[in-house]
Design a protein around this ligand. Structure first.
Ligand SMILES: *Cc1c(COP(=O)(O)O)cnc(C)c1O
Length: 393
């Protein structure tokens, strides 16, 4: 990217777009599987890598490239590769950077499918995994082995919004010759830029806030030219879990409003969290913007906003939590997050339902815990919808 003078909001609207000769204002979608060459010699040069340009949509597609360049600019990375989903972004990182005999240390508080992907699938290919408490720096240090290649975190983590000091963890990784990978799904680059804090690679589920309207599945990996531009890209080019140009277009439109949306999500979430904290039916609220959050100071330093995810424990366990969920009329009862529409989830019986009671206790997944992804509706309507169940308890 050479728009180095542009501010974040401008990059989000304009970075990466190259107009065709048609003069289109909005980015063009290129629904083509392959590209033609002007001559046999050009075809050979493209395949031989001596001339840059499109060959086949599994390798490159202009609409996808616009998205990749825009997100790279927003995260402050040299390279970005777009993937078919958030999970395929994580898969591509693992396949691109690991080999037999390597070891990975992963936060225990990561997206459930990430744990399954690492343990059950990547684990079959001779890579070992250790899982540690996100916020326990001594545990990270203790888990490192001579063959530890990657450290993997989500921060803030789902659903309790715990936060790790990215700079401290990146320093630890680098002292041991390892790399830090951050899943930046909850904050997006609008609120947190892990690469600036020393992380080596950022992964995204574009399905969440980057789209912001629950329309499409996608993901991305951002980092340096060597590891992301070559190693991870190689997995995509040969493995084929590339982003469709239609989805790339949706995410381009999503990015245009990212800054505004994240501000509004943060404002609504803070108001909701403060209101919940004062409600007599509630035992505890988890939100990085509250002074009661254990890493509130770190969140203020590391993030430019506290995010849109609020979780809280209602008094009375699962029955009370379900009563609150079932009393809602507007909120969407779904496990999705990062949407304009507010969503509500009961983690203990859905996203974390597979955990044993001991694992739930260890992970802080109380029976009365509810997670709300605070949307863009009026916060007063969101409160009214939750109050119906909470006031009845
Ligand atoms: C949803 C999610 C993923 C997986 O993304 P998909 O697009 O559903 O494949 C990964 N990490 C986090 C934090 C998520 O919320």
């Amino acid at each position: 990217m050479n728009h180095t003078e542009w501010e974040f909001e401008t990059l989000a609207v304009r970075a990466g777009h190259v107009r065709t000769n048609e003069g289109e204002h909005s980015e063009a979608i290129f629904p083509t599987s392959s590209f033609v060459f002007s001559s046999a010699a050009q075809a050979a040069a493209r395949f031989g890598g001596t001339e840059p340009g499109n060959i086949y949509a599994r390798f490159t597609n202009p609409t996808v490239r616009y998205f990749q360049e825009r997100l790279a600019a927003l995260e402050g990375g040299e390279s970005c590769v777009a993937t078919a989903s958030g999970m395929s972004a994580i898969l591509a990182v693992m396949l691109g950077l690991l080999k037999v005999g390597d070891h990975v240390v992963c936060s225990r508080a990561v997206f459930g499918t990430t744990t399954l992907l690492l343990q059950n699938i990547i684990g079959k290919f001779g890579v070992a995994f250790s899982f540690v408490e996100l916020t326990d720096m001594a545990a990270w240090e203790e888990a490192l082995q001579p063959n530890t290649r990657l450290l993997f975190v989500e921060t803030p983590a789902n659903p309790l919004t715990e936060i790790v000091d990215i700079r401290e963890l990146a320093d630890l990784a680098h002292r041991h010759g390892s790399l830090l990978v951050v899943d930046n799904c909850f904050c997006t680059p609008a609120l947190q830029r892990p690469l600036d804090l020393g992380a080596d690679i950022v992964v995204h589920s574009a399905t969440k806030y980057l789209d912001g309207q629950g329309r499409a599945l996608g993901g991305a990996v951002v980092g340096d030219k060597e590891r992301v531009g070559k190693d991870v890209y190689g997995v995509l080019r040969n493995g084929g879990m590339t982003m469709s140009p239609f989805n790339a277009w949706i995410f381009l439109k999503g990015l245009e409003t990212l800054s505004l949306r994240m501000k509004a999500h943060c404002e609504n979430a803070l108001q909701l969290a403060q209101w919940l904290e004062a409600h007599p039916a509630i035992e505890r609220v988890h939100y990085p913007g509250l002074a009661s959050h254990p890493q509130h100071a770190l969140a203020q330093q590391q993030q430019s906003g506290f995010g849109g995810i609020v979780s809280f424990i209602v008094k009375g366990g699962q029955a009370a939590a379900w009563q609150v969920v079932d009393a809602t009329q507007m909120l969407s009862i779904t496990a999705n997050l990062g949407d304009a529409k507010t969503t509500i989830t009961h983690p203990a019986t859905t996203t974390h339902g597979r955990l044993t009671p001991e694992q739930k206790a260890q992970a802080g997944i109380a029976a009365g815990l509810l997670r709300v992804s605070v949307g863009l509706e009026s916060v007063r309507d969101i409160q009214r919808d939750l109050a119906r169940g909470l006031d009845a308890l």
